[in-house]
Design a protein around this ligand. Structure first.
Ligand SMILES: Nc1ncnc2c1ncn2[C@@H]1O[C@H](COP(=O)(O)OP(=O)(O)OP(=O)(O)O)[C@@H](O)[C@H]1O
Length: 302
């Protein structure tokens, strides 16, 4: 029984080398990316990553390994001190409408209803007025918020706010969805529900997603690929393709075994990381702690 289980999770995990996903065919291509903040912290060093169209890539690693810095470099909010980021072969010089960044906070306009928040974002993207309501309602149904179209954000639970934010992100239909621990502030039950919902939406849309998390279970619930990062300096140490069938169930035995294996890898990574001297943080005003999201809405304080 145990042997069969081990066989299943091992055959569901494939280690990738950078050359396995060619830059020429990648949707997102990151080459030799480095970033040093003004306070001398090397947040990223020599990061190479190619993401294919339609992949769900989870960036996973301990605090401070540069996950958010990498995500904000993809969004165009961090201007890396070295290397390049390209989308569809075009080097990016800043934020663009092809990428949308979602945060742990739902970042809804409090004076607009659920539908109003979505139609506002559609208007900002130039969607004709006649299409906005129908499109908003379509995505409201997709995140199971029907009946709450005219509700204001303060009347919603945390999970519902996040669903509204997800509906807004999907409705504007960015080429790439960038998510920074979006479910981090939700309770365990709501978090699982959001993961299942996002998973079923992704299975239907196959949108290219880059999702930051430090939760191994979440990464394996969602990711078609899991990229492990290590700190000091921030870098990629493993790139894993996950072939567990979808939809995945949070209690699936093979998934649970895989979680244990990756937790072991992360412990090794932490052990092998050289501690870096403490640098003052407060004087720096650089992203990711002070950025504007791609959607153009003010980024809430982290
Ligand atoms: N604005 C900033 N100015 C200076 N240093 C920063 C800034 N933002 C992040 N750092 C440093 O860069 C390194 C990487 O930070 P980053 O937030 O990208 O890591 P992370 O893996 O996303 O961490 P967490 O999971 O805690 O959010 C850390 O050492 C952090 O202290």
């Amino acid at each position: 029984m145990l042997r069969a289980l081990l066989g299943r999770w091992r055959s569901s995990l494939r280690f990738l080398r950078p050359a396995d996903v060619s830059a020429a065919r990648a949707k997102i291509s990151v080459t030799q990316l480095g970033h040093r903040y003004g306070n001398k912290v090397v947040a990223l060093k020599d990061v190479d990553l190619n993401v294919r169209s339609g992949e769900f890539v989870c960036l996973l690693g301990p605090s401070g390994c540069g996950k958010s810095t990498l995500l904000y470099a993809l969004a165009g909010h961090v201007r890396p001190t070295g290397g390049t980021v390209s989308i569809d072969g075009q080097s990016i010089g800043g934020p663009g409408p092809d990428r949308l960044l979602m945060f742990q906070e739902a970042a809804l306009f409090p004076w607009l209803t659920v539908r109003g928040n979505i139609t506002f974002a559609l208007a900002a993207r130039g969607v004709p007025r006649a299409e906005r309501k129908e499109r908003a309602d379509q995505y409201i149904r997709r995140v199971q918020l029907q009946g709450f179209e005219d509700t204001l954000p303060h009347q919603l639970s945390g999970g519902m706010k996040m669903r509204a934010s997800l509906a807004r992100a999907l409705a504007v239909d960015p080429t790439v969805l960038l998510m920074d621990e979006p479910f981090g502030s939700l309770d365990a039950q709501t978090r699982i529900h959001m993961q299942e919902m996002l998973q079923s939406i992704w299975m239907r849309t196959h949108k290219t997603v880059v999702f930051v998390t430090h939760d191994v279970h979440e990464a394996l619930m969602l990711g078609s690929r899991v990229v492990l990062m290590a700190p000091r300096p921030g870098r990629i140490v493993r790139d894993l393709e996950v072939h567990l069938p979808m939809p995945r169930h949070p209690d699936d035995a093979a998934l649970t075994e895989m979680v244990r294996h990756i937790q072991g890898l992360l412990r090794e990574v932490e052990r092998d990381s050289v501690p870096e001297p403490e640098f003052p943080h407060a004087s720096s005003t650089e992203a990711p702690s002070a950025v504007l999201p791609v959607s153009g809405m003010p980024r809430p304080a982290r």
